[in-house]
Design a binder for this molecule. Structure first.
Ligand code: GRF
Length: 207
């Protein structure tokens, strides 16, 4: 049974999508905790309503990145996680924190990386005039939004798209993509070796 810890900072809709898929499809895993960097993160209410242990490590209470990351690491490791899932977790993490979870921490970013790292990705996509946009799930490395890419989902950009309409369509894709990737990990199909993503082919059972 694999332990998963999910980190959020706000709405938590990707966390919900993962939790719901895990329940519905009865993944062999435990969502051991949902940890938020903000006490007012909406996602906490949903997680708590499902009796998932919720923890708040308020980033505003820490004077340095190092001290926050140390507290966060201690809170995460209490749950002996096999996988740490960043789901709208709005913090830049220190290299030593990232190293600690090498090969077992993933993130979703709302663009087709390596295009548009950072914030306001939908605005960046519209300004650049790209015809396709989307979301990326990647292993986390110390280089922000640049870790090895595991999977991507695309949307076509329409002529009349606004930041809002584009973000809604991308978010729908995120809610399918992220649970899929976590499931691969839970099933033991996904790993990181020497900086390369390895995804084993699905085993098709024969009688
Ligand atoms: C998502 O668009 C995700 O790609 C990005 O932050 C947003 C979080 O949304 N990292 P939610 O909190 O999962 O609803």
């Amino acid at each position: 049974m694999r332990n998963i810890v999910i980190l959020i900072s706000g709405r938590g809709s990707n966390m919900q999508a993962i939790v719901n898929a895990a329940q519905k499809e009865q993944w062999p895993c435990r969502i051991a905790a949902v940890i938020s960097s903000r006490a007012d993160a909406d996602g906490l209410v949903y997680a708590a309503s499902l009796q998932i242990p919720v923890v708040v490590i308020p980033s505003k209470d820490y004077s340095s990145r190092e001290s926050f990351d140390a507290a966060l690491l201690a809170a995460i490791d209490l749950h002996a996680p096999d996988l740490v899932v960043l789901a709208g977790f709005m913090r830049i993490l220190t290299p030593s924190f990232v190293d600690h979870y090498q090969g077992r921490m993933i993130n979703i970013h709302p663009s087709l990386l390596p295009s548009f790292p950072g914030l306001a990705t939908h605005r960046q996509a519209l300004a650049a005039g790209v015809k396709v946009h989307g979301a990326t799930v990647h292993f986390v490395t110390a280089d922000l939004d640049h870790g090895p890419i595991i999977a991507q989902a695309m949307v076509d950009v329409q002529q009349d798209d606004t930041e809002q309409s584009l973000s809604e369509r991308v978010l729908e894709k995120e809610h399918l993509l992220y649970p899929q990737v976590v499931r691969w990990f839970v099933d033991g199909r996904l790993s990181l070796r020497d900086g390369q993503v390895l995804l084993a082919t699905e085993l098709t059972g024969t009688a």
